[in-house]
Design a protein around this ligand. Sequence first.
Ligand code: DAH
Length: 349
Amino acid sequence: MEKEISRLEEEFQKDLSLVKSREDLEKLRIKYLGRKSPINQLFTQITHLENREEKALWGKNVNSLKEKISSIIEEKLKNAEIKEDRLDLTFPSSQVYLGSLHILSIVNNSICSIFERMGFIVIEGGEIEDEKHNFSSLNIHLQHPSRDVFDTFYLDIPEGNEGRLLLRSHTSPSQIRVMEKNKPPLAVISPGRVYRPDKVDASHSFMFHQIEGFAVDKGINFSHLKGVLTYFAKSFFSSEVEVRFRPHFFPFTEPSVEVDVSCIICKSKHLGKGYEHKCSVCRGKGWLEILGAGMIHPQVLKNCGIDSKRYTGFAFGMGVDRIAMLKYGIDDIRLFYQNDIRFLEQFYI
Ligand code: DAH
């Protein structure tokens, strides 16, 4: 019996050295102290001994082995519990990264909300258009260079009644879609992606963003256009900017203009003649072109079933990427599309 006791103790020490987890400890406890454990079997053997003194002696020895094993296991279990529950306040916390809207979305939303304040409503058009809505109804004739395959992404889909399908090259078809289906008075702003097969460089991307806006009603005139765009420019850039309207040509507006704001970076317009510094944003010109606009061509109204004798309207279109670049002094359009968090996080809100 003596041998058996010391063998058991050795075996227990060996098993104990292999314990790696709380679960292992639990198994060890069942193996050595459970109902079917070898220690319990020893107790049964003792009951079969004849001699009372021997019974007492072995009973005491087996008992002390049992107590030893049980106190070792208890102790270990307690330590394991403490380890599991311990809160290490020096441990670095797992970092939580909060996202934000993309800078183009931020700029897009803030432009739209300025027009919404003036009563315009937002209506988004589709990115796949046909030739009728992207060109013909906008008075862009068949020979116009923008209709060339080098300037528009045509889709490889059989041509329908309204011409070939294409990825819209500007947001102006939104005007047509809205005017075909709705009667004036209308004041609509229409943001979205546009596509052109331009070679990608610091100022060109094959996909970029525009915002189209237009209003149609009785008695709309050029002063309304000037008022609306001046309010926009002052709200978006700064109340100090000046706005300039330069004559231009667009097939869908007559008269047409390009609109500039005084340079928000160098403000050289305000420094007068003789100011030599070449600003990297306006290149010393003092003015930044921000959009194209004009009075909607009567033929365009007619194309949409609106009586051009009773109604007039104005329209404008701007590039969101370009405006964001001007406002924040960003010199490469590709930065918007590279998903480089170091660039994007500068604009987190
Ligand atoms: N669609 C023109 C472009 O992509 C921008 C534009 C100019 C829109 C004048 C207009 C406008 O509505 O009146 O270059």
